[in-house]
Design a protein around this ligand. Structure first.
Ligand code: FNR
Length: 364
């Protein structure tokens, strides 16, 4: 009998060997000055390398900036130049060698850019501390510690769309086989969606259709950039956790249906991040109901994320139709071998890398 977690899934031209995927998680470990700015280094190779050896089906490399000003922190990864592309290749080649599909999340942090990723200070960094002018849909700061963003002009918005498309092309050149657009957690795309952050009254703000315009343009541009064979994923925050004033679950369902028409293959369903004081009822699998609803009401495949830590819990999410895949974040930081242990528990074959075969069974 084949388990649900170890049933492969095919999205467009790519078959992902199992449903246990690694969630994107920023490492804030790239150089922030010099020619290697934003390029993955030894830390990233060992970090993604160890997780690849653990045997997830897909690894989504952390939020990787489409442009320097789109970084969450000065130490974010980037994919806006060829030096970065070259450095990513080492990582994607290693993942592929372990039988893992390499994926990447491409991102723009909008009004939440230019912070200290290591938590040494709150809010936007000053220029003296390596910060820069942040941008957003409207001149509304995330909170009192964050700078008021420059309101993007329509021409600048078009520049963002183009930068997403170019980043997607570079991602393929770097060896990635899946591209995820970061549309969640209060970063630029989510800021356009949410009436909390978007007070525009032009073609990119106002009613649902206009707030959804930027994500749909990005979806179109990324699809055109990667061609018909490459899966495109879209991460959304399904709710701002302030309804009805904020971005809501109902609107997420509407958007997911539209994204499907605009060439997106799967929605990665998270929540929150757009309001500093939202109360989030977190607990095991707390975001799964959103992934389940989107899947049921729109037919769009989904991935569920958030406190999924137990094998039987993950297996049941897939079995019950809660999602098409589960994304594990912190659990894979604690335990890179979780997917192989899950296989063992479910009676599946998922042997250790050949270098480790003599450790496959504990001596009696
Ligand atoms: C994250 N998360 C995150 N999300 C995202 O979309 N892009 C990112 O780059 C990051 N970065 C990041 C770094 C670290 C250290 C953590 C712990 C989390 C959120 C992450 O993908 C995931 O949604 C949450 O961690 C919830 O899943 P878990 O950790 O409960 O499995």
């Amino acid at each position: 009998m084949t388990s649900n977690l170890f049933t492969p899934i095919t999205l467009r031209g790519t078959t992902i060997p199992n449903r246990i995927w690694m969630a994107p998680m920023c490492q804030y470990s790239a150089d922030d000055t010099g020619p290697a700015t934003g390029a993955p280094n030894d830390w990233h190779l060992q970090h993604y390398g160890s997780r690849a050896a653990g045997g997830p089906g897909l690894i989504l490399v952390e939020a990787t900036a489409i442009a320097p000003e789109g970084r969450i922190s000065p130490m974010d990864l980037g994919i806006w130049n060829d030096t970065q592309v070259e450095a990513h290749r080492r990582i994607t080649a290693f993942m592929r060698g372990q039988g893992v599909v390499p994926g990447i999340q491409i991102a723009h942090a909008g009004r939440k850019a230019a912070t200290d990723g290591l938590g040494r200070s709150r809010g936007t960094l000053s220029a003296d501390d390596g910060g820069w002018d942040v941008v957003g849909p409207s001149p509304i700061a995330f909170d009192g510690d964050h700078a008021v963003p420059h309101e993007l002009t329509v021409a600048e918005i078009q520049g963002v769309v183009t930068a997403f498309a170019e980043a997607a092309k570079r991602a393929l050149a770097a060896g990635y086989e899946v591209v995820e657009v970061h549309g969640a957690h209060g970063y630029l795309v989510h800021e356009f969606l949410s009436p909390v952050a978007n007070h525009r009254d032009d073609a990119y703000g106002g009613d649902f259709e206009r707030r959804a315009r930027l994500p749909l343009e990005i979806a179109d541009a990324v699809r055109a950039a990667v061609g018909e064979q490459v899966p495109v994923l879209f991460r959304l925050s399904a709710t701002d956790w302030i309804e009805p004033e904020g971005w809501t679950a109902d609107q997420t369902v509407r958007l997911a249906a539209l994204l499907r028409e605009h060439g997106v293959d799967l929605v990665d369903v998270s929540t929150g991040g757009n309001l500093p004081d939202a109360v989030i009822p977190s607990g095991p699998g707390y975001q799964v109901p959103f992934a389940e609803r989107i899947r049921r009401e729109t037919g769009m495949p989904t991935a569920a994320v958030g406190i999924i830590t137990e094998v039987q819990q993950a297996e049941k999410i897939i079995a019950d139709g809660g999602a098409d895949a589960v994304l594990l974040g912190r659990e894979l930081l604690r335990n890179p071998y979780w997917p192989r242990q899950a296989a063992h528990e479910l009676g599946e074959e998922h042997p250790l890398p050949r270098q480790y075969r003599r450790a496959e069974r504990k001596p009696a």
